[in-house]
Design a protein around this ligand. Structure first.
Ligand SMILES: [Zn+2]
Length: 305
């Protein structure tokens, strides 16, 4: 059993009009998911920056419609997860689907749009994608500013509503502003900077900040975040897991694959059913307790309530 905190299937279903059950183009389709050890999958609402400002929120709502119409409602074994009890109460044959937001650009400067997304069941809110928005700067904005006044209002709402704040993609300053102000922090898909010097990864200071904050970190399967080599294998992914554990993150760690958000793949982790290989390998290295924590227990423990 594994919980995965990030994939971009909704984006592909929206943009490419694929079939969630069978499309071979998807790294996460229902058939592959059912063959995999993944018990709960988070589905990100990611609206690409090319969509005009006026249409951003509308597209986010279209993706939520796709989530319910194609992923949750037609399949009896797929349950919509909105709180910790939904997670704990999943039956043996059931799998959970969560809604997350990747980037507050879709709400513009309108806090009511965020309230609407929370009412529709979004339980993890990523503040930015790579660009700047009204909430904060993303990691790709050279200004590197942290939270705006509106951003502080957003954090206050998320704290009040017990929703996770996702710092993946956020600027360095924004990261530490969130550490200061947010109650529930996660980095849904970020690897270790000292292993692979990519701007999207977490340096040692950030890792310690998440540990001290009792937050959560998802190891991700993006090749360019995993190794500077040209051929990247799942053994390279394991290095990030072990580094995080050595750094003291054993109780804060999990996975956020980024499946369907990437167009290059890690050898041995090309799609969701291959989680089995990683799982087998890690179970031969870690104690059963360590594996259970990383695979699902930490995520359940930290789920805000
Ligand atoms: Zn991402």
């Amino acid at each position: 059993m594994i919980i995965d905190a990030h994939c971009d299937v909704l984006f592909k279903l929206w943009s490419d009009k694929l079939d969630f059950v069978t499309s071979k183009e998807l790294q996460v389709n229902l058939n592959k998911w059912r063959e995999s050890p993944v018990k709960v999958q988070c589905f990100a609402i990611f609206v690409p920056p090319e969509v005009s400002n006026e249409r951003q929120f509308q597209v986010a709502l279209e993706m939520i419609t796709i989530f319910f119409e194609q992923i949750v409602k037609p399949h009896e074994d797929i349950k919509f997860i909105q709180n910790k009890n939904d997670l704990i109460n999943l039956k043996k044959n059931e799998r959970g689907a969560m809604l997350t937001l990747e980037g507050c650009h879709v709400i513009g400067r309108d806090i009511n749009k965020l309230k609407t997304l929370l009412q529709l069941g979004v339980r993890v809110v990523g503040l930015t994608w790579n660009q700047a928005n009204a909430v904060a700067d993303g990691i790709g904005e050279k200004r590197g500013a942290g939270l705006s006044s509106f951003g502080e209002e957003v954090i206050a709402l998320l704290n009040k509503e017990n929703v996770w704040v996702d710092v993946s993609h956020l600027s360095y300053q924004g990261f530490f502003d969130v550490i200061d102000q947010a109650t529930h922090v996660m980095a849904s898909h970020s690897n270790v900077y000292s292993i692979c010097k990519h701007r999207r990864n977490l340096d040692d200071k950030q890792i310690q900040a998440i540990i001290n904050k009792d937050g959560w970190i998802g190891v991700t399967f993006v090749p360019s975040f995993t190794s500077e080599k040209t051929k990247v294998t799942y053994h390279d992914t394991i290095k990030h897991v072990l580094y995080y554990i050595d750094a003291g993150a054993k109780s804060c760690l999990g996975f956020g694959s980024d499946f369907d958000g990437i167009d290059t793949y890690i050898n041995g982790l090309e799609s969701i059913e291959q989680y089995q290989t990683l799982s087998d390998e890690l179970q031969s290295i870690l104690t059963p307790t360590e594996w259970a924590k990383i695979a699902y227990q930490n995520f359940i423990n930290k789920f805000p309530q």
